[in-house]
Structure formats: C-alpha cells, structure tokens
Design a binder for this molecule. Sequence first.
Ligand code: G4P
Ligand code: NA
Ligand code: NA
Length: 194
Amino acid sequence: MELLKKKIVEEGIVLSGQVLKVDAFLNHQIDPLLMLEIGKEFKRRFEGDPITKILTLESSGIAPSVMAGLEMNVPVVFGRKHKSLTLTDDLYVQSVYSYTKQQTNEVTVSRKFLSAEDRVLIIDDFLANGEAALGLANIVKKAGAQVAGIGIVIEKSFQPGADKLREAGYRVESLARIASLDNQKLQFVNEPAA
Ligand code: G4P
Ligand code: NA
Ligand code: NA
C-alpha cells in the first residue's frame, strides 16, 4: 500500500533493536485519514469473503480495525489485556507471550461477542513473532468460529511471525512488508532501500 509506505518512510523512525517507531501516525498519535485508507485496503483484499466480524487486540489494533469494520460493515471486537472489573466466567482467555516486551498478557474476549456462526478477520498493527495473531486465532477457535484471514498493517518480514502464520495455513495480508531495519535503514520487501 503506497500511501502507508510513504508515511512509514517520511515519519517512521528506525530504532536499534530492529524496532520501527510509528507513533506519529499509528501507535500514539493517529492519522485518521490514513486509517480510513487502511480500512478500505483491507476491505479490498478480503472482498468476496463473507466476514462477519473483526477481532483485534488493544490498543494499537483498534484504529485500523474500526476503519476496516466501517468499510466492511461488520462489528469490531478487541481482545483486552487487562482484566475487566465485571465477572470473568463468560470470557475466552488466552495467554499471549510477547518477545518484544518479554511479558505475557492474559487476553480476554467476552463470549457474548464471538460465536460459532462468526467468520472472523483478525487485524493487528504489527506482525513480529506472530504470537498476538496466533493468540487471537486461538480465541476464534475456542468460539468454534472460523478465521477468514489475518490483516496486518506493518509486517516485519525478517522476524518469524509471517512465516509461522502462513505455515499454520492462515491467509496473511500485510499492507506494508519490511525486509530489513539493519544499519538504521528501512528496506521494504522486493524494493530498494528507502
Ligand atoms: P507478535 O505479536 O507478532 O509476536 O509481536 P510481539 O509480541 O513481539 O509485539 C509486542 C508489542 O510490540 C505489540 O504491541 C506489537 O505491536 C509491538 N511491536 C512489535 N514490533 C514492533 C515494531 O517494530 N514497532 C512498533 N512500534 N511496535 C512493535 P502491543 O504490546 O500490543 O502494544 P499496543 O501498541 O497495541 O498497545
Ligand atoms: Na503496538
Ligand atoms: Na499491537
């Protein structure tokens, strides 16, 4: 997605540790118009698939997911990382380990909002090791629902997540794919250094 790649080149910051900082438009400040275009692109990529719901993870997955939900006319559910104050019996619970943050979150989704009739598009902002997406896919399985695919805003293709998800049989649609962040330089997949 050219608009997204342009934004990454212009406003992304390559941090040591192979992390791309995009807090100017995705992770802290949010660019609504870019999010809307991202929503349209996810709709385009999954056109013809009878998706009934989008599932994401708080917090940074929510903005692109809401715009995709708007475009696709389906509700958006986000997995919570923090326990809600209300009762916990009616929840799907899934441990998700983050290599990047070296911590485990107990992700929860209310049973009310995911059922066996659903066909679910999973969306997240970043794909690194794939643990968040696999955890969300497990929640979909626990609901007896189907995973239509996984939509990612920024895939770090040099980390294992993308291969892991594709090997597990999931359709992965990433709007920007980063081949390398070595030497403080950003390189997209199949393209010269930006
Ligand atoms: P994984 O799900 O693919 O295994 O990724 P991982 O656990 O390693 O990622 C943990 C958190 O770090 C996630 O955010 C993820 O979006 C974020 N992350 C991973 N790589 C990058 C990167 O290169 N740049 C940025 N900006 N973020 C990255 P989170 O903990 O869910 O936080 P939130 O932003 O959604 O609140
Ligand atoms: Na994030
Ligand atoms: Na995230």
